[in-house]
Ligand binder design. Structure first.
Ligand SMILES: Nc1ncnc2c1ncn2[C@@H]1O[C@H](COP(=O)(O)OP(=O)(O)OP(=O)(O)O)[C@@H](O)[C@H]1O
Ligand SMILES: [Mg+2]
Length: 321
């Protein structure tokens, strides 16, 4: 079945001076999905988003939202979208409600319309009881909720979220994921950026991994993991001084697809553990590496990221394990 296309990006480039922040990106976002741009700091995520919301002009290439070009038809595009920026634009002195009222005036909503919509949004993001105190007294999670309410005020068809949960505690992150899923259930299309692997994995229907301004791979998280093939064998070694030796001994073995050093051992990507394990154990033995712990698992999204970019994404959210 052909799916309706909400966003079409074609050969998009954005250059700052000589630096290619976005380098020949092409992708589509389907109507009604949660689409993610996953990448490390400086990958070009915000730049891509700002082009889509008409704030930046592409150096070359095009982008359109529901068929409307983001440069030639910027006004039409702006009427279809809501945007939650990475850097919050919260004023220190206004209350939560006043922020929304100010935006309502910018969007030319009538007073009645604005009041009704604002009441709904404050309820949605659970800020009703805090709406009338200055936003500077809000916690990080509450500020982010207000940001999201601001992005939703124009009742957009497409919502752009730039790093929606950056720096938030686990509870607030889960709340925001809930809102995003609820908005999708109401039929909204959502485009978000993140550098959190678990967020991309759990929230996005499809995602593009971007690094150095380029798309490295694109698909549903589950598809991307399956496409990697095989399993990951993780070794924990008793002493770490022979890790590098074992890494190079394993690298060229036919049963081994890829090897990566970790803090305490090696992550080894294999086609079949049955074939690879004897090779791994034999090499470890020969090099005098004592293995403390061995386990295998299906590829995770961080394995997908590493396989396509050659490095780890900086991932500083504590794992809930
Ligand atoms: N206004 C600007 N002028 C010059 N260079 C810029 C500008 N904005 C972004 N860049 C550069 O473009 C590249 C991409 O930046 P961008 O903000 O899009 O990355 P990002 O993926 O959103 O990163 P982060 O995860 O840190 O938010 C970076 O190298 C950045 O330094
Ligand atoms: Mg950014």
């Amino acid at each position: 079945m052909d799916r309706a296309i909400a966003i079409e990006v074609s050969r998009l480039c954005k250059t700052y001076d000589a630096h290619k922040a976005v380098d020949d990106l092409s992708f589509q976002v389907y109507a009604g999905e949660i689409f993610g741009l996953l990448g490390p700091n400086g990958a070009g995520k915000s730049t891509t988003l700002r082009t889509l919301i008409t704030l930046l002009h592409p150096t070359s290439g095009t982008a359109s939202v529901f068929g409307h070009d983001t440069v030639r038809e910027a006004d039409t595009v702006r009427m279809l979208i809501g945007y939650v920026p990475q850097e919050r634009a919260i004023d220190r002195f206004l209350t939560g409600r006043e922020h929304l009222q100010l935006l309502g005036a910018l969007y030319h909503l009538t007073k009645e319309e604005a009041a009704k919509r604002i009441a709904e949004l404050l309820k949605l993001v659970e800020l009703e009881s805090h709406a009338d105190r200055p936003a500077k007294t809000y916690s990080g999670g509450m500020k982010r909720k207000l940001d999201i309410a601001c992005g939703l005020l124009p009742n957009p068809k497409v919502l752009f979220l730039d790093e929606p949960t950056l720096g938030l505690d686990v509870q607030s992150r889960l709340r925001i994921w809930e809102y995003v899923r609820m908005l999708k259930a109401r039929g909204m299309t959502i485009v978000m950026t993140t550098n959190y692997l678990d967020e991309a994995d759990q929230l996005c229907d499809r995602l593009a991994i971007i690094d150095g301004g380029k798309i490295k791979t694109l698909g549903a998280p589950a598809e991307l993991k399956i496409a990697l093939g095989g399993d990951i064998v993780s070794l924990t070694l008793k002493e770490t001084d022979r890790m590098a030796g074992l890494e190079s001994a394993l690298k060229n073995q036919p049963a081994i697809k890829a090897v990566r050093l970790t803090a305490k051992g090696l992550d080894i990507r294999v086609e079949s553990p049955e074939k690879a394990l004897p090779v791994i154990l034999e090499s470890a033995n020969r090099l005098g590496c004592s293995i403390e712990f061995i386990q295998y698992n299906r590829p995770r999204l961080d394995d997908v990221f590493i396989a396509h970019t050659g490095r780890r994404i900086q991932d500083d959210i504590p794992k809930e394990e």
